[in-house]
Ligand binder design. Structure first.
Ligand code: FYN
Ligand code: ADP
Length: 583
């Protein structure tokens, strides 16, 4: 929208000024118009100097503005909205400290390949560059650059259209990621002719163009897969992001190859699918001879493609939009570079209905191990220890997700993350959001808000008590916007567990221990939400069912055994050991 401003008469001495009116627009409106023109509907942010009016005007112009209590959570909400929609999620912050708070989320989005744009107001350029000590002085562009895919600054109102178009393209084309857009305070009030302003805006055409793979790369991959004795498919969150759900399912089913989902690819095919090898992950990774990676990197989460985890020698086929990803850890025998939709479609063109099925011995061996593990898990889950432990509580949540397969699951913690990932089956794509590539704590409430706002559907945020602490104040945001988020705190009184003691016998508790028997449920009541305190699986089930039926902001303090939980969950091996302590 532009506003009609009356241009003042040339001098005050004009006897009979001609009422010359000219339609003007300004930096505020151009930013809003450019975002709207490109289909952006929501801004996640936190108002303050110099972007307070921008948030007000954005709301007035019909954008949804979700206002947070800390920029990191706004950034995480924007990032997950980007993952869910394929459009860049927008996070808006104030300068310096606000920018830095948002920057962690921007870096995390980049690391996870989520499209997101962090827009931060910044202080007076002339003063910042001469380091003369401005309010919130900081060279934000320089700081952001190494932590994101691209960074831009706009100094003139007529360049806003280009700046936003470049930011959108950079965020979503090729490998998606985080983009920083620096908007100095002075830009917002700059005026220009409204018609020229409109013309300066760019509606980005085909922001994430398809990238068709070369036919010979597809053929090379198929030859390798056809000759495999123990093939395996690995689906990563890139596969979920690509929205090629049907094609991926068809590829898996027509080739008959067992598959493993990475955590955020769970549900791309239902976890109960007969070809899922998730319950025998270690065996499948170690024994496979040819592995097809679809949108998954061979990073630490996959032991860099080598070592004990990968056991027998193997050859990799990798589908990725980033050519640079190939050979990043081990040799990729058959790289297919392109977008997953196009790559999988090209493979399918040749797979047909008579693709040689994997040898029966391989499928039988995978199924046998899988069934043994499923039975073991069923026996563990059937137990009802008192106090409740991770397994008995997660059994309840597993059944609830099964009955409500379109529920969004946010999950972070150490043990809470590891157990929930294995126990809770997912049935639909892009319904599970977790600590991701960095194994980061603090995504919880941001992701929950982003998922609730974007989907309009119920969210279950399954949180370790420690993980929740990083973003807990956003309970107020959840209540303010009346979002259907049910947060479940697995409360075992500390980081990993609550049983550590101070070895000196001093008054301070051990570094991993929290206030005993904390009542997190009381926190949400302060903001008008509904709190539950539960100590048994039955109570938990009743509370979650009530919470979902109400669709209201709810928090369940699920008290579990404080001795339950291992150091760093399944990542114990990443803890450096002190040689001195071992003596
Ligand atoms: C999995 N498993 C199951 C099932 N699903 N058994 C029975 N039934 C079901 N449904 C088995 C699976 O075969 C594995 O056993 C084990 O459970 C664990 O499976 P998971 O979770 O898939 O795999 P794993 O080896 O734990 O880890 C892979 C990973 C993942 C590294 C990709 O752990 C991950 O995403 N980790 C991130 C952790 C993180 O970020 N933490 C933050 C910590 S914060 P085996 O086959 O016997 O191995 C600071 O401390
Ligand atoms: P996970 O953690 O689930 O293993 P990663 O984040 O490591 O997944 O890997 C995702 C990969 O998917 C990245 O290498 C990224 O380049 C790739 N990717 C993302 N979107 C697409 C797409 N549309 N087409 C092809 N590759 C994609």
């Amino acid at each position: 929208m532009s506003s009609v401003l009356e241009t003042p008469p040339a001098t005050m001495h004009n006897v009979a000024p001609i009422a010359e009116t000219r339609e003007l627009t300004d930096g505020f409106h151009l930013v809003i118009d450019a975002l709207k023109l490109n289909g952006i509907e929501t801004i996640y942010g936190l108002p303050g100097i110099p972007i307070t009016d921008l948030t007000r005007m954005a709301q007035a112009e019909g954008l949804r503005v979700i206002s947070f209590r800390h920029e990191q959570n706004a950034g995480n909400a924007a990032a997950i909205a980007g993952f869910l929609t394929g459009k860049p999620g927008i996070c808006l912050t104030v300068s310096a400290p606000g920018f830095l708070n948002g920057l962690t989320a921007l870096a995390n989005a980049t690391t996870n390949c989520f499209p997101m744009i962090l827009i931060s107001g910044s202080s007076e350029r002339e003063i910042v560059d001469l380091q003369q000590g401005d309010y919130e002085e900081m060279d934000q562009l320089a700081i952001a650059k190494p932590l994101c895919k691209a960074a831009f600054r706009v100094l003139h109102a007529e360049d806003i259209g280009v700046g936003i178009a470049r930011a959108i393209r950079a965020a979503v084309s090729g490998r998606p990621g985080g983009v920083y857009l620096d908007l100095p305070a002075k830009l917002f009030a700059q005026t220009m002719d409204a018609q020229a302003g409109r013309k300066s805006l760019i509606k980005v055409v085909d922001p994430a163009p398809r990238q068709i793979p070369a036919p010979d790369t597809v053929q090379r991959a198929l030859d390798l897969l056809k000759g495999a004795k123990r093939p395996l498919i690995l689906l990563g969150k890139g596969a979920a992001y690509a929205r090629a759900d049907e094609a991926i399912r068809t590829l898996v089913e027509k080739t008959g190859i067992p598959y493993l989902p990475m955590s955020m690819a769970k549900g791309l095919l239902p976890d109960t699918h007969p070809q899922s090898a998730a319950a025998t992950r270690s065996y499948a990774l170690a024994e496979a001879d040819v592995v097809l990676l679809i949108g998954a990197r061979l990073n630490w989460l996959l032991s860099h493609g080598k070592g004990k985890t990968w056991g027998k020698p193997k050859q990799f086929v990798q589908i990725d939009i980033s050519a640079q990803e190939m050979d990043s850890n081990v040799a990729i025998a058959a790289p297919i570079v392109g977008d997953i939709g196009s790559c999988v479609a090209s493979l399918l063109d040749q797979v047909g209905d008579n693709f040689p099925q994997p040898p029966k011995e391989w499928l039988d061996a995978v199924n046998e191990k899988k069934n043994t593990n499923l039975q073991k898990m069923a026996a563990t889950l059937a137990k009802n220890p008192s106090p409740m432990n991770f397994h008995s509580a997660l059994r309840v949540l597993r059944d609830i997700v099964k009955a409500n397969p379109d529920i969004n699951v946010v999950n972070e913690g150490a043990n809470t993350l590891d157990y929930a990932r294995a126990i809770i089956d997912m049935y639909q794509p892009r319904k599970r959001f977790d600590s991701g590539t960095w194994g980061v704590m603090g995504i919880g409430m941001g992701f929950a808000i982003g998922a609730a706002v974007t989907s309009g559907k119920q969210v279950l945020a399954i949180e370790g008590d420690s993980a929740f602490g990083f973003s807990g104040m956003e309970l107020e945001t959840i209540c303010r916007y009346e979002l259907p988020v049910c947060t479940i705190i697995f409360n075992n009184n500390g980081v990993y567990r609550g049983t550590d003691v101070n070895p000196t016998g001093g008054k301070d508790v051990a570094p991993t221990v929290f206030v005993k028997d904390a009542r997190y449920d009381k926190m949400i009541e302060a903001f008008g939400g509904i709190g539950y305190n539960v100590t048994t699986p039955d109570e938990l089930e009743k509370a979650v069912k009530e919470a979902i039926a109400s669709g209201k902001p709810t928090l369940i303090n699920a008290v579990i055994d404080e001795a339950a939980g291992t150091e760093s969950g399944r990542l114990t091996n990443l803890n450096p050991q002190s040689a001195a302590m071992k003596k």
